[in-house]
Design a protein around this ligand. Structure first.
Ligand code: CDP
Ligand code: MG
Length: 806
């Protein structure tokens, strides 16, 4: 890294690199005179080329594109109202010419497989076509997405498009603030009479809904979106909603409550190629149900034939950009395949000459290389997760900082699930002239999101993937090489609006020999405890003969049954117990659900749902700004006084916030993210509602820490580990070495008394498991799978990252 062999500036590992780059630019400036930017950038290019060399391997010819899009002049488009423009844009989408044909096919068949290039309009248009064709008169149109961000952003887009048609109904959307208990009006929304711009109305009772303002009457009313979305713990729909975008997990949960999907006229399972766990289970359920004449008899005996109503009127659409359409068609009894011809420009693929040791660094260097050497066009980089995106963003900012006006503006736009919605919208904003946008995205940009204007794609070749070891029951999110299918899809993102270039940060040899053809379906590499619990609660007992598209490994099924038995959710015959039935009501991992159900016994359900809510918002509670790390750490340690363990610390955070009446100021003072806390409060409210549903009383024992810890242990005893002298942990049951994830702000470990394990789970632990070292080592309980395992994958040393939700 450091050319003079020194260790460099420890505080800022990039300082030296920056200084060196600055120096190069200065040199170039001296050589060519200060104004000759072109030459400077050429020299600058040399600087980067010095580091990464790409070789152009193949040029993939896309379909020939007939340019129907008349390029409108700026004045023309300004003159038109935005609403009209949106409507016209809809007509330019590749799917538009097939509208009627598609509607006819849907009319004629119950199940249809739809394949069409990303960006052709499947997700945003098909539900609208169905609405226009009258399908929503007798039920909702549901459209599932594998990711929360996609569900939200697509719903926003569609409501924008529909808002045009229904413009008089929606005058403005105002947002309710939980802190002040009031509705605030954004500057672009006219406020009710007398309030002025940015006015505020205080509401009688708190509520998280979006409000709608009627201009004529100045009345504020709960917004009843026609287009809504539903993701875990966030339901933005109402009984007026006709187009509902949702995560596939949410539809699966709805299935639990309404096995005939009575509220729907059409269900569209989108991005089906992703083969997420929920998508696969939905397929199995839909197929096994009696919805379809085709299957009603052969699956008769394995499904809850007494619950599901025969639904010949329900339409099922399965859509995707890259789909092994025949496989899906075969599974659904030769369902017809509808292909939407795409438009694609040729994409030039470049590979690195040699493997890159640090793909993150290579990605940043490649961005700068493109920025100074390539013609205008935005850049899309595929990274594996939030942490990586944030790191890349920071490196990029640092490296471009000193350059000032020497290079054109680089607009850096990250996108990941936890990013606030208003920032997510930024990636869709058109890039100002002279500037270049760099979108740092996770896999979400592979097929679910279309960002216009992308001309360059940087593909490091990795994604974060769930992996599960049935032997140890250990689940981890691993950074894993992508499949060839993914790589092709990523490359294609650059050729949507013109010829593109894709820079693969791996060699052509790697591509050909190391990447799998297709991604392994999630069902074959995940912990199935949740699925088994769901299926059991639907009355499906014979899991071995359940018609999965690709069956899960029987070892994993067995392990799931074992775990559910250990958690007392199933009895010895494999039947759902009362505990299991209660657990199935919670949209949480079975261990978390068990912790909540068990809190009834220890009289601390109040505290436990706060902890569960805090755990479910993930790792984003504490805020640690670079320049105030010491203060932030001190603030955080305050919650840990008495060495109470991470769970109790989370509880203390929540309760302290509550005591200040949910104050935002308090969050700032304590380096806590307000947004995460609000979400936790939201989740907590919903968990409280679910407690009522399973008839568990809200009980509180704030000072009985042992009771709280015992409830936690009741759910997480399979994840107990013993602290080793070297600071690592060994699981009690399997003696597997695990580490607390070093970068994880919260390690989420709580110490427990060894004999609790025997007291709480006598069927799982015997005295001998815990007693031998009881005195010399404290026993710690690792919760929520935040373990770190080193795995060797295809010769690459890959470090597992901790599991996180969604
Ligand atoms: O689902 P598919 O990939 O076939 O396309 P889509 O998501 O329906 O996108 C169709 C068009 O809508 C894209 O070309 C985008 O320009 C636009 N779109 C958008 O502007 N903002 C969104 N959040 C989603 C789509
Ligand atoms: Mg789509």
């Amino acid at each position: 890294r450091y050319r003079d062999g020194s260790a460099g500036d420890k505080m800022n590992p990039f300082a030296e690199q920056e200084a060196w780059e600055d120096h190069q630019i200065q040199k170039a400036t001296l050589k060519y005179g200060s104004k000759n930017k072109k030459q400077i950038s050429d020299d600058y290019q040399f600087v980067f080329e010095d580091q990464i060399e790409f070789i152009k391997a193949t040029v993939e010819e896309g379909d020939k594109f007939d340019d129907e899009l008349a390029t409108e002049s700026l004045e023309e488009s300004n003159a038109k109202s935005a609403l009209e423009k949106l409507q016209e844009d809809r007509k330019t989408l590749p799917i538009y010419p097939y509208r009627d044909e598609l509607l006819k096919a849907i009319n004629d068949h119950q199940v249809i497989i739809i394949v069409g290039e990303t960006g052709s309009g499947k997700t945003t248009q098909i539900p609208q076509y169905l609405h226009e064709a009258g399908y929503t008169k007798h039920g909702k149109v549901g459209c599932t997405q594998p990711r929360r961000v996609a569900a939200m952003s697509v719903a926003a887009r569609v409501s924008q498009e529909m808002g045009v048609k229904l413009g008089h109904e929606v005058c403005g959307i105002c947002y309710y603030s939980q802190n002040s208990g009031s509705v605030a009006f954004p500057a672009n929304v006219p406020c009710p009479k007398g309030l002025g711009v940015g006015g505020v109305i205080t509401l009688k009772e708190p509520c998280t809904a979006i409000f709608q303002l009627h201009l004529e009457t100045s009345e504020v009313e709960k917004f009843q979106p026609l287009v809504g979305y539903s993701i875990r713990f966030e339901d933005c729909t109402s009984n007026k909603t006709v187009l509902k975008y949702m995560t596939d997990g949410m539809l699966l949960r709805e299935f639990l409550g309404e096995p005939d999907l009575a509220g729907y006229s059409v269900v569209m399972v989108d991005e089906a190629h992703e083969r997420t766990l929920s998508t696969d289970i939905l397929f199995g359920l839909v197929k096994a149900s009696r919805f379809f004449q085709l299957y009603s008899y052969n699956s008769f005996n394995i499904f809850m034939d007494d619950i599901a109503r025969f639904r010949p009127d329900l339409k099922l659409l399965i859509s995707s950009a890259t789909l092994d359409a025949e496989k899906f068609s075969d599974y659904f009894d030769s369902a017809p395949i509808f292909k939407i011809p795409g438009r694609r420009f040729p994409v030039e693929i470049h590979y690195t000459k040699a493997p890159e040791a640090d793909y993150l660094d290579a990605a940043v260097v490649t961005v700068l290389q493109i920025h100074v050497t390539q013609p205008p066009g935005d850049i899309l980089i595929f990274l594996t997760g939030q942490e990586e995106i944030e790191t890349a963003e920071e490196i990029m900012r640092q490296r471009t900082r000193g350059l000032g006006t020497k290079i054109a503006e680089l607009i850096i736009c990250p996108i990941y699930a936890n990013l606030p919605t208003e920032l997510q919208a930024k990636i869709f904003e058109p890039t100002p002239e002279g500037a270049r946008k760099v979108v740092l995205a996770t896999n979400i940009a592979e097929t679910s999101l279309t960002i216009d204007g992308i001309k360059y794609v940087i593909d490091p070749g990795f994604c974060k993937m769930n992996s599960y070891n049935p032997r140890t029951g250990m689940e981890s999110l691993l950074v894993t090489p992508i499949s060839k299918a993914s790589a092709m899809q990523r490359a294609g993102r650059s050729g949507r609006t013109g010829p593109g270039k894709c820079f693969r940060l791996y060699t052509a040899y790697n591509y050909l020999h190391d990447l799998e053809d297709n991604t392994i379906p999630e069902i074959q590499r995940t912990n199935l405890a949740n699925v088994v619990l769901t299926l059991k609660s639907l009355g499906i007992h014979d899991l071995i003969n359940f018609d999965f598209m690709d069956p899960p490994p029987s070892e994993a099924l067995l392990k799931a049954l074992e775990l559910l038995f250990a958690l007392s959710a199933l009895n010895k015959l494999g039947e759902l117990t009362k505990v299991g039935r209660r657990m199935a009501e919670f949209p949480l991992d079975p261990m978390l659900s068990k912790m909540i159900v068990a809190s009834d016994k220890y009289k601390c359900s109040d505290e436990i749902i706060s902890i569960a809510a805090m755990l479910s918002v993930g790792n984003s509670i504490f805020y640690r700004p670079k320049d105030k790390q010491v203060h932030a750490d001190n603030a955080r340690m305050n919650f840990h006084t008495g060495n109470v363990g991470d769970h109790i610390a989370l509880l203390k955070v929540y309760n302290s916030w509550k005591e200040t009446n949910y104050s935002t100021q308090w969050c700032y003072e304590n380096y806590i993210q307000v947004r995460s806390m609000k979400r936790a409060r939201d989740v907590r409210d919903q968990l409280e509602g679910l407690l009522e549903r399973v008839e568990i009383e809200l009980s509180s024992s704030p000072n009985d820490l042992d009771a709280i810890k015992k409830s936690i242990t009741s759910g997480f005893f399979p994840h107990s580990a013993r602290l080793q002298k070297n600071g690592s942990y060994k699981t009690v049951k399997h003696s597997q070495t695990v580490h607390i994830h070093p970068s994880s702000g919260l390690s989420q470990v709580t110490e427990l008394k060894p004999d609790w394990l025997v007291e709480i789970a006598p069927h799982y632990y015997q005295m001998k498991d815990v007693e031998d070292r009881m005195l010399s080592f404290s026993l710690s309980l690792c919760v929520y799978l935040r373990a770190c395992v080193r795995v060797l994958l295809k010769g690459l040393n890959i470090i597992a990252v901790q599991a996180c939700n969604e």
